[in-house]
Write a protein that binds this ligand. Sequence first.
Ligand code: PLP
Length: 431
Amino acid sequence: MDAFWMPFTGNRQFKADPRLIVGAEGCCYRDADGREIFDSLSGLWCVSFGHGRTEIADAIARTARELDYAPPFQYAHPLAFELASRVKALTPAGLDHVFFTNSGSESADTALKMARAYWAKRGAPEKTRLIGRAKGYHGVNVGGTGVGGIEANRKGFGDMLTSEHLPHTLLEDNRFSRGIPEHGAELADALEDMIEAHGADTVAAVMVEPMGGSAGVIVPPKGYLNRLRAICDRHDVLLIFDEVLTGFGRTGASFGAELFGVRPDIMTLAKNLTNAAVPMGAVVVSDAIYQTFMNEGGPEYQIEFFHGYTYSAHPLACAAGLAALDIYEREHMVERAAKLAPYFEAQVHGLRGLRHVVDIRNLGLAAAIQIDPVDGEPGRRPWQIAMAAWKRGLYLRFGGDTVQLGPPFITEPAQIDMVCNILEDVIPAVE
Ligand code: PLP
């Protein structure tokens, strides 16, 4: 087992007590012992339309036989244009141009480089400063790690991309809020202070998740994102929404931008874009940004943006994306998520009062249950809870001092009951 160095995993613990997944269908995994395991996190928030979608598998297989690969630099294949048009049509009006990557992390770093290059093209090369938010997660590449605000992800790696961080919005007053919390919109004003302290002529962009996911479903207070947008407009700073997790329905709306009524200048996507069947990410930008690159691109044969990946717009990823978006639209995935959300909220908040539970937060089909930490070891109890849940046939995510739920949009209410019943047993039982 030692040959495989597992990502974001306690390798020693796993290899002593492996949890092997060998199959998946609908909302469930099958483990190596043949047990059915309910997937309460849609994989990693990414298989939201359900596992084992044969339409996607067939599209991938067809494309693999027809066109295994095409170079995305200076040449292209038709599926890339088709998928970009579909993404453009689905994302909020005004976000019109799609740059493909292979992951959420690559989308984050691409977006940050785009923001800086945009200002350079606009004749303001000193506008390079990037601002993130405490507890933000933008993947694990150098840019996203620096702008991200999760301490553990930065510690021990030396210099990442230097950036400042807005305060997070987890407030004592908002504990056990259902959906969007009431208090804390004014926390956005820290952005104005930072911009004024450094001078707007040095600030390129601010990047936030419209709903913090990995740090434990941190839902922005009412009015907070509108305030960020207004401050960005006042100071000519780009607003980047990382919608890698929220994109395509998770909040009960198509995008966080739509739910909160705030349009960013740049939006990053991944995960549900292909229902996770083939890795793929995307960065969607406003017409103003794209046209700036085109207009300032020099002679026509010249490259406007010196950036891209060998596997950008890979044919198999495009085929998977088109098939996944067919399912997304045909099976009304957003409406399904929105319809199940109130029941999910009620059941999850029913866990309030259990031993160790100090907060419950939710939005759409995302929820986090915050667990009272063992001194100096905030991750211990969530890990114990997840291990006990796995034994009971439930896969969930544990991160920091939370356990997190993000079930597939095709989940039935009875399956939500089953998840909550298991949690009701295992949470108070840990020491
Ligand atoms: N951004 C957000 C908001 C995410 O939730 C994630 C993954 O969880 C990422 C970026 C990183 O995506 P990936 O793991 O595909 O690189």
